[in-house]
Design a protein around this ligand. Structure first.
Ligand code: SF4
Length: 454
């Protein structure tokens, strides 16, 4: 019999409205772009590949190259093995990359294509390589896809030759090329030899030359990824995006690793620089100490604008963790902290930070969505939003200033040339946040003046 007893509705569990994440292959495609002369390949339908390329192109404002297995009904029924083998042949003949990085899609994962076997049977030209990562989009997020592709790079390429190279591997996480360049600048200032992988600087921020270059100069060389197996240490920045790759490298090549946060804000940058200094037994160079001192000065100067202000932060887990710690160091209250990426480790980490600072009443959620964030804000508003372009609808509806940070940023330019990481990145964040708060304050004052005149 039909049970018509009214049920208590507690919370939404199985449905997401405006999820604060996107699909796995976008992260895998982005990671693959960080290898020199690599063509990312989407093993699925053309629609998936177009969507992933479009999201990355709109964020970076540069054409993003990728090929597809172009599934049709036949592949859906009989599997995509034949499509991938044809694609591998065509891609090397027509586009001539050094390496193809294949990622799966929902459809190929549901069919159950065994990519390892298909690639082993494929006709790969001499000297060329094909790697792959499984990226079913009904699990995790684009951050999981990035992590899986980094792991794939290690599984296929890294080798321990027995000859130590004296270098430090850095897995930068799902960050823009500006962050990668800033982290590399810090490493260079400290005189550290490193291998950053993947590295999308010089690829998605390549200069205009007047000619289309299918493979710009940037990206980690394949031989360097192979050499990561001979390094002294791997520094994984961001546990969600980078740790799995570092664990795999330790397993495969016995390279020890250290997981740190993406260096967003003063404390996370301090931790990175201290860990690097300790690893190579070197002093921190004066120029970095000077930058830190300048940042402290700016934090003190701007403190009155931040103190006690409530902020809602949404986006990718590693980025949001750094931002939360940073706003707390500015005296702000991270009232709502939300990521769309699943993983209770996120909630534990943020709650630990909040407890450490004696903050109560803040709401922290993984696997969340922007609709829910909007509801929380309607019940108890905040002074500032930190999030990607999708947060602008909340900003508009509730008249709250928004600082765009993270991925994707579709409606602003230049962001991926200017870092938010390191001491300099923290200065930029403060600039953006104070500007947003002051513009709002100026507007409120202008409205009051108008009322007085009227
Ligand atoms: S079908 Fe899956 S892989 Fe393709 S765009 Fe949609 S979520 Fe992403």
């Amino acid at each position: 019999m039909l049970d018509l007893t009214p049920k208590k509705i507690t919370s939404r569990k199985g449905l997401r409205i405006n999820p604060a994440k996107t699909c796995q292959p976008i992260g895998a495609m982005y990671a693959a772009l960080g290898i020199y002369k690599c063509l990312p390949h989407s093993h699925g339908s053309q629609g998936c590949c177009s969507y992933h390329r479009m999201q990355l192109t709109r964020h970076f404002k540069d054409p993003v190259m990728a090929s597809t297995s172009s599934f049709t009904e036949g592949a859906s029924v009989f599997g995509g093995g034949a499509n991938l083998k044809t694609a591998i042949k065509n891609v090397f003949t027509i586009y001539n990359p050094d390496i193809m990085a294949v990622h799966t899609t929902c459809l190929s994962e549901t069919i159950g294509d065994d990519l390892g076997t298909i690639i082993a049977q494929a006709d790969v030209p001499e000297g060329k390589r094909v790697i792959h990562a499984s990226t079913p989009s009904y699990v995790g997020s684009h951050i999981t896809g990035f992590s899986n592709m980094v792991k794939g790079m290690v599984q296929y390429l890294a080798e321990n030759s027995g000859l130590a190279n004296g270098k430090i591997n850095v897995i930068p996480g799902f960050v823009s090329p500006a962050e990668m360049r800033e982290i590399k600048r810090i490493l260079t200032l400290m005189g550290i030899e490193y291998i950053m992988f993947p590295d999308t600087s010089g690829v998605v921020d390549a200069p205009m030359t007047g000619e289309h270059d299918m493979y710009p100069e940037g990206g980690t060389r394949v031989e360097d990824i192979i050499d990561t197996g001979n390094s002294d240490l791997t520094v994984a920045l961001g546990s969600f995006a980078s740790e799995d790759g570092a664990v795999e490298l330790e397993k495969k090549c016995k390279v020890p690793f250290k997981t740190l946060e993406i260096p967003i804000g003063i404390e996370a940058t301090d931790r990175l620089i201290s860990a690097l200094a300790k690893a190579v037994h070197r002093e921190v160079p004066g120029v970095l100490e000077e930058e830190r001192g300048q940042l402290v000065d700016i934090m003190l100067d701007s403190h009155s604008y931040f103190y006690g202000k409530k902020v809602a932060i949404s986006g990718d887990p590693d980025m949001v963790t750094g931002l939360t710690e940073f706003v707390m160091s500015l005296g702000m209250i991270p009232q709502y902290v939300l990521t769309g990426t699943p993983g209770k480790a996120f909630e534990k980490r943020i709650n630990r930070m909040l407890e450490g600072a004696g903050m109560e009443g803040c709401v922290v959620k993984s696997s969340g969505d922007l609709f829910e964030l909007h509801q929380w804000i309607k019940n108890e508003p905040v002074d500032l939003l930190l999030g990607n372009s999708h947060a602008k609808y909340i900003a508009r509806a509730e008249d709250i200033p928004l600082v765009r940070v993270g991925f994707p940023i579709l409606d602003r330019y230049v962001h991926h040339y200017l870092p938010t990481a390191g001491y300099r990145g923290a200065m930029r964040l403060i600039e953006m946040m104070t500007n947003a708060l002051l513009e709002r304050q100026d507007r409120d004052c202008a409205d009051e003046d108008l009322e007085l005149v009227m």
